[in-house]
Design a protein around this ligand. Sequence first.
Ligand code: GLN
Ligand code: ZN
Length: 775
Amino acid sequence: MLTHNLGYPRIGINRDLKKVVESYWKGDISKSKLVESTEALRVMHWTKQKEAGIDWVPSNDFSLYDQVLDTALLVGAIPERYQELYDQENDKILSYPIDTYFAMARGIQDEDHDISAMEMTKWFNTNYHYIVPEFSADQTFQCLSSKIFDEYEEAKAVGVITKPVLIGPVSFLLLGKEKEGGGDFHRLDLLDKLLPVYQEILDKLERMGVEWVQIEEPFLSLDLDGKVKKAYRKAYQKLDEDLGELNLLLTTYFEGLGENSDLACELPSDGLHIDLVEDQNQLEVVLDKMNGEQVLSLGLINGRNIWKADLEKAAEIIDQAEEAIGSDRLWIAPSCSLLHCPVDLEQETDETALPAEVKRWMAFANQKLDELSLMKKLAEDSLTDEEQELVRAHQADLADKGESALVHNPDVQERIENLDDGILHRDHPYRERKKVQQKHLDLPDLFPATTIGSFPQTKEVRQWRADYRKGKLSWEEYEQHIKEAIDKLIQKQEEIGLDLLVHGEFERNDMVEYFGEQFAGFAFTRNGWVQSYGTRGVKPPIIYGDIHRPEAITVKWSSYAQSQTDQPVKGMLTGPVTILQWSFPRDDQPWSETAKQIALAIRDEVKDLEEAGIQAIQIDEPAFREGLPLRRDDWDRYLEWAVDAFRMASTVVEDQTQIHTHMCYSEFNDVIEHIARLDADVISMETSRSQMELLDAFVEFEYPNEIGPGVYDIHSPRVPSTDEMVALLEKAADVLEPEQIWVNPDCGLKTRGWEETLPSLENMVEAARLMRDKV
Ligand code: GLN
Ligand code: ZN
């Protein structure tokens, strides 16, 4: 039996990759220095994995920005607009055009160029974002970058024989999109042109003496139509034709193979990796269908979460597989690349963030590698006495987690057991609420103007928070600063002429972390970074136990803001689904249960806000749609608990209190019926860039409640004109009832500067006034 790893976090233990890449961008270090420092990082990672006893360590899992973008460069899929740059880039280190590469990722704007970046989107159901390859009808491919070969040699030079990672041809095409105006074709039609390049790559790897290639086809875990299945058969038959000694490990993750298990087992490959964390049931099916020679790789350690693995349970699964196919053909691994979890738990020494009792239930990437080695020895019955002791302690930690009073809170559980259905409903339907709210809030009947919540988080604001954390500011001083910021903002909003005001969210670092920090059941890390995209990372909170809200969180800020004005101020909360999606969740109960607990904690906050005199409360759910499972069959179950969680959080209020929600980057077509079931009085969303296209779903569905389609693109410092915003609002008024429409930006303003924010909002309010006169 062999152990292997699918991918190691590339950011480095101290976010070293971020530092060198950003220094390069700033011009502080040279190209060769960049190459040198990242090589050092890779060598460190290979050595680390080898020392942990991993038999097959991956190479080409490293990336300066993104592995899909690397693949685009590998096969020469450089969109035309970067061609000029590529031609000019004479210092292509090892045939790797780094500047063209970064321009593709981030766009480039200087005296000579103004080229937009390629699109970015979420990597399956993770919070990692990849660069979307662009294809045109006359697309050609060629083996361009030598990265995959270079990194193999690099590892070999330091004594590590690796298994190169390569995104498979079908997944690569499916990950991309047909370029607008690029002709009428389907990207899978390019397969015939792409395959020879893959053949060339594999051929070269073989000549270099590579034994195994981890060829990744995550789409095999999704719903596939006939066209895709056909492409799979064709591609792998073709690749198999002239493979000599080189072995392909067909790699899937994030879901079970489901009804594609026939297809996956039938494709000519020398091995298959399956994700048994997401779907354990597939094991039996796959064991049954594999041919007599294939290697089976069992993904047994969760590559996306931070909990210790149950080694004994894993050993049982290994036994089951071993009985069926023997140990020679058996590999064990994490479920997916460890890219999705932080690097090293040892670094977390701040017990105020992460209590020692919780820490000992956890494992980051380095710890997971050790788990893998132990798991193998446990299954093989070859543990030394010392290792036996390690396994015993490990399992004891898990048993302790199962019973710990930190995890289980009888009050929370009792409350959930005694919930009745009434908790999911407002007192009266929207139509009736609307009348009461109109009187209560006294907003303009038509086109009321508001914002999404946050205002510029200037350096100054962030400095207060940092100083308070370091003890340089007392709580009273900190509070005073925030209050002054709120005072000024209230005054500004009144001057601008906004109708429903906000307090500005100056007290928040992050919309999820802020709430997590005040809920019981959450822990935090100081250095638990996970790559989100490029050099950006996130530090997701850790949900370890039953959640409740020991005391009110936002009430003091919102009621302070309300005390400064006669106009209504909107309370601002993050919704249960988003808090859950952007955290590391518990693995000992279903997500739906955790969502319920968060929902109840928010419900308490909503009630307190209402009692403190707040007349409108917004519960943001930007992650609602991205939480959709990868398989259609699982959608209904998700939507059921996700909608219930939102309702549970929001329906506690009287008819007169207006509930808002907000979603950004959302596509609503598939889920509009469920958005309607949220029964928020008002929903705001991002629409300005799509020219109100997103509204179609609402129109078709005859969405009954109020809608604030964003008219101001907050992702750019540009100041939108009144005319533009009037034009967008007219588009909205053409298809919606005027009484339904709110006027607001696309999203929060926290990343903007005041210089552009003020004139933009003035123009927006002017647009609302013009619209009121028009209808
Ligand atoms: N209320 C939040 C803000 O304005 C919403 C952020 C979001 O949707 N991502 O910042
Ligand atoms: Zn938003």
